[in-house]
Write a new protein. Structure first.
Length: 149
């Protein structure tokens, strides 16, 4: 009975791990870690020196992290705020791009659906016209036969 429970537990664990959303989450965490390194470099190596260079030089320090007053390291806080803003801006741009692509694909699908509906309506109209012509021909033929009788 214990061995059966172990197999069930392992089977449940395997099913959990192989679920699509768990794999997606794992990929997101790994990519997020890599993205974190890129953003930290962007903030620490490019944005901070470009924007805050005069303030850092006026404060007489080499790095933003060295800014402090009475032991309060507000430079680290400023660095974290800038890091957050850059990450938020990058995510905003990525999400905005995906939404634009998504809307474009939706519009294309709607146009394609409208074209398909129009062609279906056209096919139906042609069938109705053909049926009406056939009915008229039969009626005419019936009249001719009745006149000859």
């Amino acid at each position: 009975m214990i061995a059966n429970r172990g197999r069930t537990f392992l089977a449940d664990f395997r099913d959990f791990i192989l679920r699509g959303n768990v794999i997606d989450l794992a990929v997101a965490v790994v990519i997020g870690g890599a993205f974190n390194g890129i953003v930290n470099s962007l903030v620490g190596d490019i944005i901070t020196p470009a924007i805050l260079s005069p303030a850092i030089k006026a404060a007489g320090v080499d790095k933003l992290a060295d800014l402090s007053i009475s032991g309060i390291k507000y430079g680290l806080f400023l660095s974290s705020v800038i890091n957050f803003l850059v990450i938020a801006f990058c995510l905003f741009l990525v999400i905005r791009s995906f939404e634009a692509i998504k809307q474009k694909l939706i519009r294309q699908q709607e146009l394609q659906d409208a074209e398909n509906a129009a062609s279906e309506a056209e096919k139906v109209d042609k069938a109705i016209i053909a049926q009406e012509n056939l009915t008229k021909a039969i009626e005419t033929l019936t009249e001719v036969i009745n006149q000859k009788s």
